[in-house]
Design a binder for this molecule. Structure first.
Ligand code: GDP
Ligand code: MG
Length: 163
């Protein structure tokens, strides 16, 4: 079994951009699992010699704002259940939003290891971009840029250090 990293976060924070970056250099998509998992995308990545599975929880995207708890429960929790490590993505340009807080609370209840990734951090001063997210209570926020690749490999190495 490959270690499984699950990307979670509200719409537009950059989950799919990160997924594409993590998977495109390798064996392309594993294939979206037919049937029950249509809203999740599975791919393979590798950092150094360590291969891993990555899951993009795209299913959060089309839901109405008031549906997010429901969606967390129904889809992302299923994905999160399969996770060895959850990569919780937030948007460093938007700052911390109420949806982020809701997702953080849901994730905390799972007891899974969580890395809090502050995306869109390229060209921004580190403390400035992460400061807003300490309040989520998930430890040290880690700035990344999915679009530019900044800090992405480092984050995956941290995520996989026990594997
Ligand atoms: P998702 O809804 O969480 O899957 O987010 P997407 O990956 O679709 O990205 C949403 C938007 O954010 C798109 O316009 C991306 O180009 C943009 N985006 C994603 N990653 C970055 C980043 O690292 N920096 C910046 N500036 N924009 C980004
Ligand atoms: Mg997406």
């Amino acid at each position: 079994m490959l270690p499984t990293l699950v990307l979670v976060g509200r719409p537009n924070v950059g989950k799919s951009t990160l997924f594409n970056r993590l998977t495109r250099s390798r064996d392309a998509l594993v294939a979206d699992q037919p049937g029950l998992t249509r809203d999740r995308h599975y791919g393979r990545g590798r950092v150094g010699t360590k291969p891993y599975l990555v899951v993009d929880t795209g299913g959060l995207e089309p839901v109405a704002k008031d549906g997010i708890l429901y969606e967390m429960a129904r889809q992302s929790r299923q994905a999160v259940d399969e996770a060895d490590v959850v990569l919780f993505i937030v948007d460093g340009r938007a700052g911390c939003t109420p949806q982020d807080t809701i997702i953080a609370e849901q994730l905390r209840k799972t007891g899974k290891p969580i890395l809090l990734l502050v995306n869109k951090a390229e060209g921004m001063q580190r403390m400035r971009v992460i400061a807003d997210f300490y309040e989520l209570g998930l430890g040290e926020p880690i700035p990344i840029s999915s679009a530019h690749g900044d800090n992405v490999n480092e984050v995956i190495e941290i995520a996989l250090e026990d594997f």
